[in-house]
Design a binder for this molecule. Structure first.
Ligand code: ATP
Length: 658
């Protein structure tokens, strides 16, 4: 990751003076580009920000999103409408009915009080009040029924929203270009969207329902209050606005805090994986790295804890001030009401209803303020979610939907930079792979072989230059059209936590193979049949120790399955990146025999460090520092006496010595 361009404001922003230090440290770290471990210990003093913690996109988000409630509400509303339109409509209707019942109940209460406070015998007054009393009871009952109905409909909304939001996130992530996964900003956005965005989206859906209910409750109570005496309405606002300010302020503090700590959170998560997952367990013990892992945890977790405490304290202070001001406002409201009765501006019965209405309105307004402010806070995270979807969408390349012929591949001045990297991984490479030709890419570690192979396969788009299949520039073609024509075995293939059968068939999951003949052919060519024969449930054995009944394979056994997966795919362009590195000699020999058979009617790009395996390639291309340094047949390159000859000589000597 290169030093991100983050200003001090990015990490100090809205916060108190202490955090300005983190901004300065951040800028310094960004300027020096030093690695985290050589920087100041994040536990010292104010929250110091190592370079991997910096997150420039978080800095601008609050201002943009805090423009108000609508921007927080619309995306949630749209999702609710898509995810659960029926329950959403039911909630809206029942909430309106509930609000009307509340208003009706308040007016009926005035009738009851008027009768009860009139002169005459107590029994007569009670009897006179009875019809209104029944109306109050009916209104109360209707509200209760509506509230139960709202809860039932609401229970269907939240899970449906989560389900839809998750699917959209995964769609966006799966649809993003491969290069996006090499970009740290994309990762930060994705983590914010996945870890917080989804959670808060669900909460925001809850709060929206709450907000609408509270709003209708307020309209009912305030409307009744306005009819009883208009001056009570502005006075009532005095009681709730300070609280509203406090919750709003607390939400901003929380978001600013998350902007500062999102990468630390991720760091803790990564250390947590190291400490608890199976894969690193053996190496950590072998290297006695347990104390180191714990140290790593503390370095990230201590400042997180301190930041959480600082945030909670600041929020409590702000809320306390809000509460005190709200109490004063409420007292003032009652004083005004007392004055109105004292000077005979409102009758006592109306004042009695006003007290109830004020209580109802205050409760509803508090609910509203809380829900609205939580919604604004959650809206910030929902915006993160939306932003991730948008960024994934932006990275999604759309192209023409055309048939492709990859038998002749031409690279024309191709240069490729990984995101955020100044040095090109592949530099100005031009070459042509002719139909049916097998080329081998060789060179030292990091010379650009895998990157070049991924460019040929259309997984990356060149920063400059063109990759053409036949005469078609593949940068302009739909991604799925390209992928359809390539079979590929990559370095470090995925170990699918699924059955052995799925591990092969996922190579082309929609390939019709009812008798499993293609599966068996691919498995035999890759030597995976021998692996499967020894599994307790054969092809149906679950290959993941993390689930009950699952088994684990050796590295070479996994690789045989991965090779079988690549072969099962069956496409005209074959790209093999170190397919046999973890295989034993027998399996390697078998795989190369299969490769030779496959190469007869395919264009093949083979990457390997075992130069003995590339002797039969039609052409060998040696990459050095991203550039095409040598090109020719095995014999030609040996005669040239360059880097290839040196490497071959070295390897031959190793075998001879052995
Ligand atoms: N995802 C990535 N993000 C940024 N830089 C990368 C990424 N992958 C590779 N690189 C850089 O690109 C350069 C070429 O890497 P590449 O993997 O293509 O080399 P290679 O020749 O295949 O190496 P090896 O023989 O070790 O497999 C290296 O300097 C590497 O550091």
């Amino acid at each position: 990751m290169s030093g991100p361009a983050v200003s001090g404001e990015a990490v100090s922003g809205e916060t108190a003076s202490g955090e300005a230090v983190s901004g300065a440290a951040a800028t310094k770290a960004a300027e020096t580009g030093a690695v985290a471990s050589s920087e100041a210990d994040p536990r010292e003093g104010a929250l110091v920000t190592p370079h991997w913690q910096l997150d420039d996109s978080a800095a601008t988000a609050p201002r943009r999103v805090l423009r108000g409630l609508p921007s927080a509400t619309w995306p949630v509303l749209r999702l609710i409408r898509r995810a659960a339109p029926g329950p959403a409509l039911a909630v809206a209707v029942m909430q309106v009915v509930s609000g009307l019942a509340a208003a009706f109940g308040l007016f009926a209460t005035t009738g009851v009080l008027t009768e009860l406070l009139a002169s005459g015998a107590a029994t007569e007054r009670v009897l006179a009040a009875l019809p209104d009393l029944l109306l109050v009871g009916a209104a109360f009952g209707l509200r209760g029924a509506m509230d139960v109905g709202v809860s039932l409909a609401h229970a269907r909304i939240t899970p449906a929203v989560r389900r839809l939001a998750e699917e959209r996130l995964y769609e966006a992530s799966l649809g993003a270009e491969l290069a996006a996964f090499d970009d740290s900003r994309f990762h930060d956005r994705m983590h914010r969207a996945r870890d917080r965005g989804l959670f808060f989206l669900e909460r925001a859906a809850d709060n929206l329902v709450e907000l609408i209910g509270a709003l209708l409750g307020i309209v009912a109570a305030t409307g009744s209050l306005a009819i009883l005496h208009p001056v009570l309405v502005p006075v009532l606002l005095l009681a709730v606005l300070p609280d509203g300010w406090a919750v709003q302020r607390a939400a901003k503090l929380a978001y600013a805090s998350v902007g500062r700590t999102v990468a630390l959170d991720r760091r803790v998560q990564m250390v947590s994986d190291l400490a608890t997952e199976r894969e690193p367990a053996a190496e950590i013990r072998a290297y006695q790295a347990e104390p180191f892992v714990l140290h790593e945890y503390r370095v990230a977790a201590d400042p997180l804890r301190d930041e959480d405490i600082r945030l909670a304290t600041a929020q409590a202070r702000v809320r306390g001030i809000g509460r005190a001001l709200a109490g004063l406002g409420l007292a003032l409201t009652y004083v005004v009401l007392g004055g109105l009765v004292r000077y005979g501006w409102v009758p006592l019965a109306v004042a009695g209803t006003a007290v109830i209405a004020i209580r109802v309105a205050t409760t509803a307004l508090n609910r509203l303020v809380l829900a609205a402010n939580q919604l604004v806070e959650q809206g910030l995270y929902v915006a993160d979610y939306q932003e991730f979807l948008a960024s994934a969408e932006r990275s999604h390349r759309t192209g023409v939907d055309t048939a492709l012929d990859p038998s002749r591949v031409t690279l024309d001045g191709v240069t490729f930079h990984y995101p955020g990297s100044d040095r090109p991984a592949v530099r100005d490479v031009s070459l042509t792979v002719r139909p049916g030709e097998t080329i081998a890419l060789v060179g030292e570690n990091g010379s650009g072989k895998t990157t070049l192979a991924k460019l040929v396969a259309g997984l990356y788009t060149p920063t400059s230059g063109e990759v053409r299949w036949a005469d078609q520039d593949i940068a302009l073609v739909d991604r799925s059209r390209i992928a359809d024509r390539v079979m590929m075995v990559l370095q470090d293939p995925v170990r699918w936590p699924h059955t052995a059968r799925v591990n092969v068939e996922v190579g082309r999951h929609d390939r019709p193979d009812p008798d499993g003949l293609a599966l068996l052919r691919a498995a035999t060519q890759a030597g995976a049949d021998e692996v499967v024969d020894r599994l307790p449930d054969g092809w149906h054995t679950l290959l993941s120790k993390q689930f009950r009944g699952g088994v684990e394979l050796s590295g070479g056994q996994w690789q045989r399955l991965a090779v079988a997966r690549g072969l099962y795919r069956d496409a005209p362009l074959l790209i093999w990146d170190e397919p046999t590195a973890p295989l034993d000699a027998k399996a390697e020999f078998a795989v190369y025999e299969s490769l030779r058979a496959l190469a007869e009617d395919r264009t093949v790009v083979l990457i390997t460090h075992r130069l003995a395996s590339v002797r039969h390639a039609d052409r060998i291309l040696l990459l050095h520092d991203g550039e095409l340094a040598e090109e020719g047949t095995h014999a030609e390159l040996l005669a040239l006496g360059g880097r290839y000859a040196d490497l071959y000589e070295l390897q031959s000597r190793m075998y001879a010595d052995a």
